[in-house]
Design a protein around this ligand. Structure first.
Ligand code: LMR
Length: 339
């Protein structure tokens, strides 16, 4: 039997504990609004979800990440400005979109056939070039935190695209990148810049004739319903820089920032794995839909595209800086004299 005094003591301790402001329970959470423009079931969409979950777990609920997918927060031509203004805290725009903030170097990732394989890509994203590019965002008030893969892009249209000549006169949707503009012109196409969220409707309405996407975006946006031909050229890389508002990121308590860095490292590994693994499944889903003919280029066909797009490399040295482009070639092993 416990004495009344002991029981009272225990009750008092319980009441005191209930009244104490328990860290993480009574304090409002730190909210991170994370906006992106693609479907949830894509490498970026899934990695953002994992980041949300792990951020909550690793900070014991101190951080809440609200993810706004599919352009429900901001469209891709608005989101970086929203981050700069503090209307969202985190984003993962594609690398092609950073010339909007005056850091053109990211467009080098758009150079056609630059990466022979994933190892070559990693030597850039994880090497000095990648680090220097992310650091350049500092002067814009942006913290560059990580690179995430989406995958390699393929061309689609309503006519077969087997040779560079097949692009003549086609209005091809591109992201706002000088390199992508030059790429489409080198093929004889007419590049049209459009926000991602408008691509499906523009294809459906015939405002543009074709586009370039990794299969995950082609499938999850339903583009297979309005594009009868897809050629698996894998001619260009699509990847993202995960970024945060610099003032917000630096203002976080150090232990929270450490936990978020860990959550981000896990999300990065996940995004990159999904980018590798999902392509086949999404391609199979496109195949099953039966509305798009999928063409795998022969070696000769691929070489013709490589040759037709080589002038883009030479032309873009002026835009991106010769020394900078050469440092990327040194990392990837790409030889513009003998691609
Ligand atoms: C695009 O605009 O095509 C891509 O950047 C969309 C995305 O974020 O994957």
């Amino acid at each position: 039997m416990t004495s009344p005094a002991l029981r009272l003591g225990a009750l008092a301790a319980l009441l005191a504990a209930a009244a104490r402001p328990a860290a993480g329970r009574t304090e409002p959470p730190i909210v991170i609004r994370f906006s992106h423009v693609v479907a949830v079931d894509t490498p970026k969409g899934q990695a953002a979800e994992l980041f949300r979950r792990r951020a909550a777990e690793l900070t014991h609920g101190r951080v809440r990440v609200d993810v706004f997918p599919n352009g429900t927060g901001y469209k891709d031509n608005e989101e970086i400005q929203a981050l700069e203004l503090g209307a969202v805290e985190m984003l993962a725009p594609s690398l092609s979109k950073f010339s909007q903030v005056g850091v053109k170097g990211f467009e080098a990732f758009d150079l056609p056939f630059l990466f022979e394989d994933e190892a070559a890509l990693r030597r850039v994203t994880e090497g000095p070039v990648g680090k220097a590019l992310l650091a350049r965002l500092d002067e814009k008030g942006i913290a560059g935190l990580a690179f995430w893969d989406s995958g390699f892009k393929s061309f689609s249209a309503n006519r077969p695209l087997r040779r560079p000549e097949d692009f003549k006169g086609l209005r091809m949707r591109i992201q706002a990148s000088g390199v992508l503009d030059a790429q489409m012109r080198a093929l004889g196409a007419l590049p049209q810049v459009l926000p991602f969220s408008e691509v499906y409707r523009a294809l459906e309405a015939g405002i543009v004739d074709g586009c370039e996407n990794p299969v995950s975006n082609f499938y999850t946006q339903g583009m297979f319903r309005v594009q009868r031909h897809l050629t698996l050229t894998h001619h260009g890389y699509l990847g993202y820089a995960v970024i945060a508002n610099r003032r917000f990121w630096d203002g976080l308590p150090a232990e929270v920032r450490r936990a978020l860095t860990q959550a981000l490292a896990e999300a990065t590994a996940y995004a990159n794995r999904l980018a590798r693994e999902k392509e086949e499944a999404d391609l199979e889903a496109v195949r099953r839909a039966g509305t798009t003919e999928i063409h795998v280029p022969t070696r000769e066909e691929r070489q013709r595209f490589v040759r037709a797009l080589l002038p883009v490399h030479h032309a873009m040295e002026d835009r991106l800086g010769r020394g900078f482009v050469r440092s990327i070639y040194a990392a990837t092993g790409f030889d513009p004299a003998a691609p």
